[in-house]
Design a protein around this ligand. Structure first.
Ligand code: SF4
Ligand code: SF4
Length: 245
């Protein structure tokens, strides 16, 4: 049975323990960041090759209250990962869907991928996740800490979370837990929902509409409606353009 994260954002305090633990486990150095001038305590401003995870901050003025919505953003390990289509079309085996865990993994060989193919991977991702280090060519994102998971451990972000926001386990168990929490949270927050439940292996429970957390908290409209055939047709056109230059 595949694994799944359950991220209960109603419990998140934005301590960023998950974000830091991820960086430490991956051995990533700190980013040069700027706290002042863009009106947010979020840091860094976006995902980047040294941050597989970013806790997004969004201050919202709602009808009867002000809400500070926190959203630990990361790869959703999609059930049918659309970022894999262009990669496979270019060369099979660069992006792997691990059968045992369901993790979507970018291999080191992705670094040789042409710019156009990477751009297609990014365009096809409903959540704007993959990032590339322009100096080294490395393409990366969350790998589910798959080496830990295969040893029976949980991903580092889950291990570090002190509030119960980050959960990880068998898919059925996480779906059950998410639904149980949704039932409780809905009593106070009628708009509460689990985002894109069927399509992803990272289930987010949010108290308000997903777009009040971040613009791609939920999948871009229509992205899961693109059939594989349509996707390949689009890519074929683009590859032809690419190889003409
Ligand atoms: S969230 Fe994006 S990068 Fe992650 S598996 Fe899905 S399509 Fe690929
Ligand atoms: S460690 Fe937990 S509480 Fe802290 S920011 Fe991450 S998900 Fe939120």
């Amino acid at each position: 049975m595949s694994k799944t994260f359950f991220i209960d954002t109603t419990r998140c305090t934005a301590c960023r323990g998950c974000q830091v633990a991820c960086k430490e486990w991956q051995g990533f150095e700190g980013n040069q960041t700027k706290q002042v001038g863009w009106g947010s305590h979020q840091n860094p401003p976006d995902l980047n090759p040294k941050n597989y995870k970013v806790v997004r901050f969004s201050e919202q003025k709602l009808k009867d209250r002000v809400a500070w919505n926190f959203f630990p953003d990361q790869c959703r390990h999609c059930v049918d990962p659309s970022c894999k289509y262009p990669a496979d079309e270019y060369k099979k085996g660069l992006v792997i869907l691990d059968e045992e865990t369901g993790a979507v993994i970018y291999t080191d060989a992705c670094r040789d991928m042409p710019k156009d193919v990477f751009q297609q991977m990014l365009d096809f991702c409903p959540y704007n996740i993959p990032r590339r280090d322009e100096k080294t060519g490395v393409i990366n994102k969350c790998d589910m800490c798959v080496e830990r998971v295969k040893e029976g451990l949980v991903p580092m972000c889950v291990k570090a979370c002190p509030t119960g926001t980050m959960n990880f386990g068998e898919r059925e168990d996480m779906i059950d837990l998410a639904k149980k929490r949704l039932g409780i949270v809905k009593k106070e927050f009628p708009e509460a929902q689990i985002i894109d439940e069927e399509a992803v292996r990272v289930l987010y429970l949010v108290a308000y509409k997903p777009e009040t957390y971040f613009k791609t908290a939920a999948a871009k409209p229509g992205t899961f409606d693109v059939t594989r055939k349509e996707a390949l047709a689009k890519m074929g056109q683009s590859f032809r353009n690419f190889f003409r230059v």
